[in-house]
Design a protein around this ligand. Structure first.
Ligand code: BGC
Length: 868
């Protein structure tokens, strides 16, 4: 994106959901967006121009995702576009221009071939090297323009004339490789020069064939890595040359003798770094992986890239007896360590973990997948470097770690906080939302939830950045609306949803995590609350970003999921029900009481029993909710018949749920907070029974000494449900609760990210489970939407109209939330002042705000101050 300098023109020109000037685009007819000139409040018309083409003056207020209708660019084609608008300030200047350039779109655009390293025997997983692949090219004149189009099976770094190209990490990213493989496009205009040039890449296992997930499976997509790279040069005289990867390239093991995304990287430095001018190249091999033959998988990415987004100065370094240094970053993160000024000859070993044991040493025992079993699986996040001491720093690029602490072994002499720093590595999302309030602990909770979310947004929404790093559908489903407040996740989610649909099983079942490595479906998939992401996440994209295209593209996937649930409910009955009643009562065809379910998952005090437990009360609730959401989706997409069909289904399922699970006394069949919360949130309780259900939910909370007892699925709904039903007092009691289980217990025990278990670090200081699992952090949605009161309205997606309805509590003196909506900056803040409350609301151009304190009023664009 080219930032406009004058304030009299539209600015922040966007291509789809991307801010930057886009190279290698895959969409020829993108949707374009812009912000109005400073001070304008209403757009009445716009004109988009690109080259000789223009829309002419279009009388319209549209400026979010406006379809481009100009000439369609061909492969490699570039469109420079700009826009001017008519607003209440009159006619604007033309904006600065933005551009997108198309990537290689068809098989015929590629002359490069896939190659694979010279690897005759495949080493053990976790111990496989980073290969260097190389060729050289003689360029015969001055260069006007040069591009590289690159992708890989594995993770690659592009290196031209000894220089690493670009600032993207972990390329080509993690996708459903069997269906989608992203190609990156690089500008090499200044990296290449007339004469001899070195072309190269480093290539490691990455997600393609490295260790992955809870079960540490490997070779998940194939057992060989491969590279595809095409270099295109336009000379100053207009002539062109194209060279690409192919037989004839050379291969060798790089200085990184071992690298695994999960386990870590080992580097043996050589004087002067890796020598690209070496002579001992071995010939690359032809790929054997059948996927290399499928060119239809190649695609551009709609998402921002993974980058090194921040460096973190350690809070402290302590040295244990024996010389082991313990580095504390002061916060939990995802990424790696940058180590400066190594001394020659030493082998330095870095062990990354999230917690310290009683001796102050780094422990990772709690991160072993099956930590409680007598023979738990290994868990390593260990990097090592053998240094030459010639000034080369150490920074791995083919592994990431979830960590706060690093144990450093083998370093002779002292280590100080200035000798190294943490590097946060994740998707470079544009931050959009903020929250602050008068209570520091609540702010720290907010910060921890934000950090947990962001450090888990590493190309896919992972459950945790250490143990599994899998794009668990359930985790994203519970958090996506909160994530959409904090960051612009539209492109990131667009990418993930496409993979969700690609990996969906033909019967409609959604995989546990996306992308999903295993080709075969295990017995533990298709769970309610997880697979429902297929319906609720696209809906969120519509709600937060007005992205109708993604909603429409995902519709068949959402329908397939619901059909899967419907068919399962209709055709299978739980053995207990058959036994109790051989003849199925009418409503049972809408009960989802078979299949595998995680259930509410991780309720405090409830033992994990994977294949036990009756989850139909959870599953059928999600069935009803997804049917309702799908009906709304169909309505937005103009599919009236479908909408009617899903509405009828929803009503039948709701009826079945009520028949089966609401007793004659109005009590629910399972007496848990989660059950009540979910039922109230999903509207499963008939209106006349709602007050007593709310009262009982409060009784359950009070019976626990005003503690929550919700698990994975309903924790984020708990406070909103209480506030929506007139019990904001109890919601705030839970928010401020600081004995376990509670959110503030985590903060008081030093959490900088949200824990998987409520007692992730128990009262004795013993860690269990992952200490960076964002799902419970969904509570901060309550801070945005209730405490600050900034709420989207379902009827007006993209915040075209929104509400401000703060819920005040005596424990807070002020609160403030800001949100960069698709239309511009909105904010809501309030403060107690001299016995009154002063509210300040900012309403972006082209939008309206329903201010719902006292007598509701509708506010137009601008800043409003209201005192009560
Ligand atoms: C993951 C979760 C996931 C769950 C399924 C765990 O191992 O870390 O976050 O959703 O399994 O219940």
């Amino acid at each position: 994106m080219t930032e406009q300098t004058t304030t009299d023109a539209p600015h922040r020109l966007r291509f789809e959901h991307l801010d930057d000037a886009v190279l290698g685009a895959g969409v020829a007819r993108p949707r374009l967006s812009w912000q109005l000139p400073v001070g304008a409040t209403r757009q009445t018309a716009y004109e988009i121009a690109a080259g000789d083409w223009s829309t002419g003056v279009v009388r319209s207020a549209e400026r979010v995702l406006v379809p481009y209708t100009g000439p369609e660019p061909a492969t490699r084609g570039r469109v420079e576009w700009r826009v001017r608008v008519w607003t209440d300030l009159g006619e604007s200047d033309w904006s600065a221009s933005a551009f997108w350039e198309m990537g290689l779109l068809q098989r015929s655009d590629w002359s490069a071939s896939w190659i694979r390293p010279h690897e005759l025997d495949v080493p053990e997983p976790g111990y496989r090297p980073v290969y260097a692949l190389h060729s050289d090219v003689e360029l015969t004149g001055p260069i006007a323009l040069a591009r590289a189009y690159v992708t890989a099976h594995g993770i690659y770094e592009l290196v031209v004339n000894g220089q690493r190209i670009g600032d993207q990490e972990l390329t080509p990213g993690f996708t459903a490789y069997r269906s989608n493989l992203q190609v990156q496009t690089y500008d090499l205009t200044t990296a290449l020069h007339e004469g001899a040039n070195d072309l190269g890449a480093f290539l490691s296992d990455g997600w393609y064939r490295g260790l992955f997930g809870y079960s540490r499976t490997y070779d998940n997509f194939g057992d060989r890595t491969a590279l595809l790279a095409q270099f295109e040069v336009t000379y100053a005289d207009g002539s062109t040359t194209v060279v690409g990867s192919g037989l004839g390239w050379g291969s060798t093991i790089s200085n990184s003798t071992e690298a695994d995304l999960l386990d870590g990287q080992r580097v043996v430095q050589r004087l002067g770094g890796f020598r690209w001018d070496r002579r001992d190249w071995q010939p690359v091999l032809e790929p054997t992986d059948p996927l290399c033959a499928d060119w239809s998988r190649l695609c551009a990415t709609p998402a921002p890239p993974v980058r090194r987004v921040r460096s973190i100065t350690p809070a402290s370094v302590t040295t244990l007896e024996g010389g082991r240094h313990i580095v504390d970053l002061g916060e939990n993160t995802n990424g790696w360590i940058h180590l400066d000024e190594l001394r020659p000859g030493s082998e330095i070993v870095l062990t990354h973990g999230e917690a310290l044991d009683a001796d102050g040493d780094v422990t990772t025992d709690h991160l072993r997948p099956d930590a409680d079993s007598p023979t738990p699986s290994p868990f390593n996040q260990i990097d090592s470097v053998v240094s030459v001491g010639d000034g080369q720093a150490f920074e791995p690029r083919h592994t990431t770690h979830g960590f706060q602490y690093v144990a450093v072994d083998g370093l002779p002499g002292p280590l100080g906080t200035a000798d190294l720093h943490g590097v946060e590595v994740r998707t470079d999302l544009r931050p959009t939302g903020t929250f602050h309030c008068s209570d520091r602990r609540v702010e720290l909770l907010h910060e921890a939830a934000v950090r947990s979310w962001r450090t888990n947004a590493c190309d896919v929404p992972t459950d945790c950045p250490q143990r599994e790093r899998a794009g668990w559908t359930g985790d994203y489903q519970v958090f996506v609306s909160t994530a959409a407040f904090l960051d612009d996740i539209a492109g990131f989610t667009d990418k993930w949803l496409k993979d969700l649909a690609s990996d969906q099983v033909p019967n409609g079942m959604v995989r546990n995590y996306v992308p999903s490595p295993e080709a075969a479906v295990g017995g533990v998939e298709g769970s309610s609350g997880w697979g429902d992401a297929a319906v609720s996440v696209p809906w969120q994209m519509w709600q937060s970003y007005r992205d109708r295209e993604v909603l429409a593209r995902q519709y068949p996937s959402a329908v397939a999921w619901l059909e899967f649930v419907k068919t399962t409910a209709r055709t299978a009955r739980a053995p207990e029900r058959i036994e109790a009643n051989p003849e199925a009562p009418e409503h049972e065809q809408f009960l989802w009481d078979t299949g595998f379910h995680w259930g509410e998952w991780l309720e405090p005090g409830v033992e994990i029993a994977l294949f036990e437990g009756e989850h139909s009360i959870v599953a059928t609730a999600y069935f009803a909710n997804s049917a309702r959401l799908l009906a709304k989706t169909a309505e937005v997409l103009g599919k009236a018949e479908d909408a009617a069909r899903w509405t009828e289904l929803a009503a039948n399922v709701e009826h079945a749920w009520a028949t089966e699970f609401i007793g004659a006394d109005g009590r629910l069949a399972r007496d848990s907070q989660a059950t009540y919360v979910r039922a109230l949130r999903f509207g499963l309780i008939p209106e006349h029974l709602v007050p007593s259900a709310v009262e009982h939910l409060v009784e359950l909370i009070r019976a626990e000494g005003t503690h929550l007892s919700t698990g994975f699925l309903s924790t984020g709904m708990l406070l909103p449900v209480l506030a929506d039903n007139g019990r904001a007092d109890v919601a705030f009691d839970l928010l401020f609760q600081d004995t376990s289980p509670s959110w503030l217990t985590m903060i008081d025990r030093g959490a900088t990210t949200i824990w998987e278990h409520w007692d992730g670090i128990d009262a004795k200081g013993t860690p269990s489970g992952s200490l960076n699992h964002y799902s419970k952090g969904a509570v901060i949605g309550f801070l945005h939407q209730y405490v600050a009161g900034l709420r989207p309205l379902e009827s007006h997606p993209g915040y075209e109209r929104f509400a401000v309805e703060p819920v005040l509590d005596h424990r807070l003196d002020w609160a403030r939330a800001t949100l960069e909506t698709p239309f511009g900056l909105a904010s809501s803040s309030w403060r107690r002042e001299d016995g009154a409350v002063r509210f300040e609301v900012v309403v972006p151009a082209d939008t309206e705000c329903e201010f719902r304190v006292g007598e509701p009023v509708v506010l137009g664009p601008g800043t409003h101050v209201i005192t009560f």
